[in-house]
Design a protein around this ligand. Sequence first.
Ligand SMILES: [Zn+2]
Length: 679
Amino acid sequence: MNFCAPGAVFIFALALSAGTAAAPVDQNAGTQDIDRSIRPGDDFYRYANGTWLRTATIPAGQPSYDTRAILVERTSQRVRELIQEAAAAHAVRGSIAQKVGDYYASIMDEAAIEAKGLTPLAAEMAQIAAITNKALLAAYLGSTLNSEVDGLTGNADHIFGVWVNQSFDDSKHCVFHLLQGGLGMPDRDDYLDPSPKMAELRAQYKTHIAAILKLSGIPDAETRAARVLALEIQIAQAHAPDADAADVFKQNNPWKRADFNVKAPGMDWGAYFTAGGVAGQSEFIVWQPSAVTGTSALVGRESIDVWKDYLTLHVIEHYANILPKAVAAEHFAFYGTVLSGAQQRPDRSKEAIVATNAALGQAVGQLYTRRYFPPDAKAKAQAMVGNLIIAYRARIANLTWMSPQTKEKALAKLAALRIGLGYPDTWIDYTTLDVVRGDAFGNMRRAEALNRSRNLAKLTQPADPDEWRIDPQIVGAVIVFSPNTETFSAGILQPPFFDSQGDDAWNYGSAGAGIAHEISHSFDELGNIYDGQGRLGNWWTAEDLAKYHAAAERVAAQFDGYCPLSGVCINGKQVLSENIADLAGLLVAHDAYVLSLKGKTDVVINGLSGEQRFFLAFAQRWRRAQTEEALRRQIATDHHAPGEYRSDTVRNVDAWYKAYEVSPGDKLYLKPEDRVGLW
Ligand SMILES: [Zn+2]
């Protein structure tokens, strides 16, 4: 799990990638991957995965290969086919397929893009050219106030971004969260780190700025590039340091409209907010006050000409991929090669697929789920999650470390938790979006405008906890604490994790344990600062915390004992919260699996009982082929233990001993009193 910003946590939301054909994966293949020469009680991970581990090949240049990578490949290929089919179909005007197909086809039409040159930008360039005073500058900046950011991404594309979401204190209404932005390079440190390596990066960025300005026909590009870089360095100085950006209590800064004039002089805020379409907005949550104050001062202090060059640069960068080749190539030379190390620009069709997904995510999602995640798959996943919730309710009620009053709050939070599965019940309405084949630029502008007005409209609507924050065709899931919601996409709910036509034992051991893991975060040290309505405020008592930590020490100690490489051991504290979540997930998923049987006896499939398949699926969930270097890096830096030890979580579950007849003398055997668990 990555911590991008509190209040919202992205879990393995992997972007769609390559789109090369992937080997088929299904649950039946799972039993073929077993290495029967290994006793399950001695090494459950290699018993479950031995055959797969012997044959898996890490793709060249990659540090590892695992089920998620396979699913991303498979799903990317499917999405590619769906989009290209839509483009070839010339579907009826106004339909989802027409919009998706024409959006893609327009980006693929490089001849049309080349022929237009920079003329699509003419209106925007004229607006920038017409800036002759600070009020006009503020108005133009306001018109760039975008809604491409959310609580998951910290750095807006323009000087500020807006995220419309419920407030930290009021779950009923959406408020205007204002986030810092405006940097061309991704990190504040890229601008401020004095090391020679970063100084070199800045020199390369300056060269790139000059190249873009030159392409736009601006004279004296080198001198101007230096001034633009100097401006961005000052913006970076105003940005909140990473540590502050990660502390939600530092982000919850309610400002009234009048506060901007007092706390952040320099900008003509009236002009700014009017141009941004939010003239009547009175309440704001300012996530990084220093950035608002600092950037506003720069608007007041720096010359209009420097700002105009800065704006010219950023408008070209923003649309670079749908501008002529010379611009797109220069954009890639810096963002692809210098910043990301990619030597070659990806195939045009890949860029077009990424752009189509970005603009029409839920339209592509509709095409995807129609074919790959029908309503019965959703119903099956919902039934499983229903059992997980019942199991959690019982486990929370029986906790020994949580006080009765805290349990009451935890149970209320559980009851309020919204879990989205597969795809949203209500899709984004693209009816008013006009997508015209041959107009790549206009299509992107209109898609952005729709996104922006859709977001601003939320300011006057009740907060919707069921809003989807991940596209169904992404292989991933999102936990959002505010509101109290978790979402698992159709892309992650596919074999071998979940098969709507498949075996319950397998589904509960794999996807079930995964979903239950994520649910546990709503109730642990991550989620304990948000209540059932997603309002900020710690609901654990000091005594709960102390008892939790005391119990957690035994989990940390167990993992301290694992040493994958000679002299290299797991740091139990570093991976503790994820291991506790794994334990919770496994225990709850097993309870839920038993519930799903409704008293019926197990069936044997491929020679394995349901109990055996449940634990096998869990162990296979964690398999990964990785280089030794990647393993060392993971041990040193990751909050997740290597897959082998996550799989070994089974040692703490009594039912595993029974399922595989594990007994004293087996290497993984733990005496009952040495088995740990917090949930
Ligand atoms: Zn986790």
